[in-house]
Ligand binder design. Structure first.
Ligand code: MF3
Ligand code: CO
Ligand code: CO
Length: 284
């Protein structure tokens, strides 16, 4: 099992809790465990939940307004205004130089598409809108697919299977299970449907920062990766491709991630908290 990594440390002078004892047992055996700071307090979880309520409001508004003929910049404007009107900040705005309040990823764009004025939604398009909200310092991150009018059966199926991958990944995550259990379940479901899973991008811890540990890969083996401990908050956000899993980053803007074969891609995302009986969604 390789070298033991000491992530979980009980502060000097503190009496180990029942949870400490349990995690230390796994750490002793050589399993990868989270840093203790990744376990959120009930107050922090409440903060992320409140941020999640604004986040859900944003995506509900987009769901109501999105239509053919609209530019992706208009979506961005809705996201910006609703977020600010609710006392929150769009996390992507200015994040590592990203210029907009959400990501809009149409058809063969996998993720990180930049809203702009010239991209007009057309009948049959499938689009992912990904919003991350900061409220009182707490981050909530979610995305949904939208189908513009009627699309092809193949694209519709891709959107549905991607959503099922998120649900199946969620169900595979058990307290004191492993991050690899999630990826394994997602990958199996995608493959069963003859779709592929993007490997270059993953889900992530979230809550006090935009991207925290652990990486949540959407492929892998059961029983591998980091131990899932109650109080951890993270996203699952499978990107499912109709063709190859290979992707590239657009050289013009250094952000837009596109499928290598330019076949469509679909993604859904939620922010979750691990509880004593499985994952709870914080972005409903
Ligand atoms: N919301 C994306 C995620 O799910 C990250 C977008 S970062 C950006 O992790 F800079 F591209 F906006
Ligand atoms: Co995310
Ligand atoms: Co996101």
């Amino acid at each position: 099992m390789g070298r033991k990594k000491i992530n979980w440390q009980v502060p000097k002078g503190e009496k180990p809790t029942e949870l400490d004892e349990k995690v230390l047992y796994y750490q002793e055996k050589g399993y990868l465990v989270p840093k203790r700071s990744l376990i959120k307090t009930p107050e922090q979880i409440e903060g992320i939940r409140r941020s999640g309520i604004v986040n859900t409001g944003v995506l509900d508004l987009v769901a109501k307004e999105i239509r053919a003929g609209m530019s992706t910049l208009e979506i961005d404007k809705l996201v910006y205004e609703y977020t600010r009107d609710h006392g929150a900040i769009p996390a992507t705005l200015g994040y590592e130089g990203f210029p907009k309040s959400c990501c809009t990823s149409v058809n063969e764009v996998v993720c990180h598409g930049i809203p702009n004025e010239i991209e007009i939604l057309e009948e049959g398009d499938i689009i992912n809108v990904d919003c991350t909200t900061i409220l009182d310092g707490y981050y909530a991150d979610a995305s949904r697919m939208f189908i513009i009018g009627e699309t092809t059966p193949e694209k519709r199926k891709l959107v549905e299977v991607a959503k099922e991958c998120l649900e199946i990944g969620m169900q595979a995550a058990r307290p004191f299970g492993f991050v690899g259990d999630i990826g394994n379940a997602v990958e199996k479901h995608a493959k069963k449907n003859k779709f592929s899973v993007v490997r270059d991008l993953c889900g992530h811890g979230v809550g006090l920062e935009f991207h925290e540990d652990p990486d949540v890969e959407h492929f892998g083996r059961k029983g591998t990766g980091m131990l899932l401990v109650p109080g951890m908050t993270f996203t699952i956000e499978p990107m499912i491709n109709m063709g190859t899993h290979e992707v590239f980053v657009d050289e013009e803007d250094d952000w837009t991630v596109v499928t290598e074969d330019e076949l469509p891609s679909a993604q859904w995302e939620h922010t979750f908290v691990m509880t004593n009986d499985g994952l709870e969604i914080l972005t409903y």
